[in-house]
Design a protein around this ligand. Structure first.
Ligand code: SF4
Length: 248
């Protein structure tokens, strides 16, 4: 009798242990699913053009025109972006590009952006603000990255330098939004640019307008507009390193 009772108790203990194991496995499964779901959300491909359209749609419906501080890299890239966004925003074009070399190239790009603004028809008037030309700031930032390929780490730092200045001034000026023309280039990674823009927006307390202006044939349209307005189209990104790369 006693032996039978011991066997029964041992069986009950085993069943209890097995039930505990099953419960632990179930919890682990759930945790793995949850972390997989988080990873999926984090790596899901964002459609920045759609995100932009979600901002624009209520503006045209409500007839509002918020202010936008737009960092511009050059006239060709700005052409389509201004044609598109000036239907929705009161834009101030901000020209801050200490990366551009040599000085003559910088001056030429500034002249062309100003001329474009004068000649391009726009629903709301477009203002222009030129930042300082401070190449030493760019070279300081690029130190140790001179040999990076275009699209490498130096370019991320270059984007951050320019977008941080735009975010700072946009916040100081009380603008509703800020953004950059840079995402129109097929050579520039929109995901990386938008991530930097969002980070700068958070740092300075101003909303960053996500974009991927090359979508919806934006890049193609910029080529058409460049031809129509006879805009100077440079054949290198801007800095001395990209120029060297182009020459080679
Ligand atoms: S290649 Fe263009 S984005 Fe990269 S560092 Fe030079 S100017 Fe900046």
């Amino acid at each position: 009798m006693r032996m039978a009772e011991e066997i029964r108790q041992e069986a009950a203990r085993r069943e209890e242990r097995a039930a505990g194991g099953r419960e632990a496995a179930r919890r682990e499964d759930q945790a793995a699913k949850r972390s997989g779901e988080t990873r999926r959300r984090q790596t899901a491909k964002r459609n920045y053009q759609k995100e932009l359209e979600r901002v624009l749609e209520p503006l045209s419906r409500e007839g509002r025109a918020p202010t936008l501080f737009l960092h511009s890299c050059c006239a060709p890239c700005s052409s389509y972006v201004l044609e598109y966004l000036s239907q929705y925003f009161r834009i101030t074009v901000h020209y801050y590009n200490p990366n551009i070399s040599p000085r003559e190239e910088y001056d030429e790009r500034v002249r062309e952006v100003k001329r474009l603004i004068q000649e391009l028809p726009a629903r709301y008037p477009i203002r222009f603000v030129e930042g300082s030309y401070e190449p030493e700031r760019f070279y300081e930032m690029a130190r140790g990255h001179e040999a990076d390929p275009e699209g490498g780490e130096r370019c991320g730092l270059c984007f951050a330098l320019r977008l941080s200045e735009a975010a700072r001034l946009a916040a100081e000026g009380g603008y509703d939004w800020f953004t950059t023309t840079l995402t129109i280039s097929p050579l520039k990674d929109a995901k990386r640019l938008n991530a930097i823009g969002e980070e700068m927006g958070k740092r300075f307390g101003v909303a960053f307008l996500n974009s991927d202006f090359k979508k919806r044939d934006g890049y193609k349209r910029s080529i058409e507009l460049s031809a129509r307005y006879h805009l100077y189209r440079q054949n290198y990104c801007g800095c001395v390193f990209s120029r060297r790369g182009q020459e080679e």
